[in-house]
Design a protein around this ligand. Sequence first.
Ligand code: NAP
Ligand code: GLV
Ligand code: GLV
Length: 337
Amino acid sequence: MAKPRLFVTRELPGGWRERVSRYYDVEVWPEYTPPPYEVLLEKARGADALATLLTDRVDCRLIESSPRLRIIAQYAVGYDNIDVECATRRGVYVANTPGVLTDATADLTWALILAVTRRVVEADRFVRSGEWWKTGTGWHPTMLLGFQISGATLGVIGMGRIGRAVARRAKGFGMRVIYHSRRRLPREVEEELGAEYADLETLLREADVVTIHVPLTPETEGLIGERELRMMKRTAYLVNTSRGRVVDLDALTRALREGWIAGAALDVFPQEPLPPDHPITRLDNVVLTPHIGSATWQTRTKMADLVAENLIAFAEGRIPPTLVNREVVKVRPPGFH
Ligand code: NAP
Ligand code: GLV
Ligand code: GLV
């Protein structure tokens, strides 16, 4: 019997291809940029399985026009680019890559927290541009003063895997941690993390650094807008490594320009790549990175391995280990039949 056909929308690191090739006929999109939507539509039409990235739009039109499609294995933990409800209805399994990228993303969040509060990127520019040279002094009591995070309050919005990893690291910096999620954590987890529950408004009013770790959903889209930014302290910082559309970028740009808050660090944007002429790129009190939360060799390889495990489990008639849509099992059993 012919092997099921797998279309992978980008070359992934590590040895995943060899393992998956025992089960699938594999085609990999060879370009650095994503396949255009029309191409993806065409490839999906002939595929039994897809391995996708967050840059691929997997909407209901695509799912419904792909009669052979049985599984979508996303190379990311977030899957807001996929119409999961539609996939479930059509008996299509959706899997993601949770857990293996938690530490890498929490580490980058900390890199951003430190970079923005201690003005690391601005200071680097100061040295390279010759501004430091021009001051004529190697050290000055008030040169590039920042905000000290030890003893300050960290506010975590979305206390899931990454939010908790960020909170754990805060202990090393001697910070007080408050958090907000829809559900409060069990008391023993709060104690282990050293974190107190707060409603969103209290968190925004009290935190010196607000860091966002919610998935993008209809409920979290625009969660942080003008109203919320105006609740924050004028001395506070906003860090976002979740999804760009959780924050109203235009409101944030105004907040930074007009001093409603002290600074921001962003790894994610409503439009990616961020257009280089966006007004936020002209502000000094902001640190910008190009969606690199999980970007370490170790993590990106583990993510590819987990995509392979999900695809292999499904091909063997088992439930993929990190299945997103549990209910799909009632629509169709796993496997190619
Ligand atoms: P997770 O374990 O599912 O955590 C998400 C948390 O958000 C949960 O604790 C959830 O708790 C909370 N939440 C959901 N809706 C909420 C709402 N409306 N208000 C408040 N809290 C809400 O996910 P994760 O693995 O930590 O990943 C989080 C997100 O990070 C991903 O979805 C992805 O978009 C993003 N991410 C970005 C990068 C990057 O490269 N920058 C890398 C990895 C992940 P409740 O259900 O109790 O509300
Ligand atoms: C990255 O943004 C992810 O969701 O894994
Ligand atoms: C700074 O370099 C100091 O010695 O305080």
